[in-house]
Design a protein around this ligand. Sequence first.
Ligand code: GDP
Length: 314
Amino acid sequence: MSRDLVVALSGGVGGAKLALGLSKVVAPENLLIVANTGDDFEHLGLSISPDIDTLTYALSGLDNQTLGWGRRDESWNFMEVLATLGGPAWFRLGDRDLALHVARTMRLKAGESLSAITADMTRRLGIAARVLPMSEDPVRTRVDSDEGLLDFQDYFVGRQCRPVVKALRFDGAAAARAHPDFLAALASPRLRAIVICPSNPFISVEPILALPGVREAFAARTAPCVAVSPIIGGKAVKGPTAKMMAELGLPAGAASVARRYGALLDGYVLDAQDAAEAQGLSARCVTAPTLMTSLEDKVALARVALELADALRA
Ligand code: GDP
């Protein structure tokens, strides 16, 4: 049996960039992109899945490159009127983006699963690879901070990550079931590689790892697991990853991410400028340009990650 199946773990912005690269070098039937749903929340009566949506927009070429989030060609009539009527306007939903949340919410209420809705919507938007929510069950990331226990979006968007993080909680994770297709892929004899995308380890990847059975499935893996560093030169490209590291008492560097994943990792791709961070890590390290600006950058980095996995398997 050929080893052709690639399982990628992804959050939003950073993860989606590499997922897009992977989608150009792996046949769609061989790529399973597992999305974090710990950021999901209910707002204005709508079920919002930010990481699934970021992946959907990035993989379909509909992402808003100016804003760095949301959908392109966006208009904001709904938000403007909502603000006029007294809000709440702290979480911005563009008119086109709104349609996706309305459609998802209706279908969830009618009893369809999040994975079936995601599969249908991604297909309608021309995405051939499979984007799979980590679980059908609700998991809600909460931030234990110096301002108390905050719902994730309250911390992330409402307070723009200003509170000091003491710990993260993934409410519901212990009782949630990892999606069976995710666990089946990890155990598949076809597994070529597990790729942990350059996502925030604390809020994008660890909610996935917190699901029952996932760490056990990683421990039993028959193909290598490779991560790409979300930290370049001690800094996050976007978002609070480096700030969180400092607040959690970890050195803000690429090595901290690899140490955090520990025995889950066989290989690690760090930026060329972070070569010194590879010292002392147990995963096999390679350096590459890891800042993904163009599609070519994303494709090249996807190739580096897969080549490392293939070399580890050889
Ligand atoms: P979120 O759910 O939208 O916060 O998205 P992720 O967790 O997937 O992505 C956030 C992480 O992506 C941050 O740690 C960024 O440093 C990282 N990131 C964003 N763009 C890039 C990039 O071009 N290269 C690398 N290596 N990391 C990136």
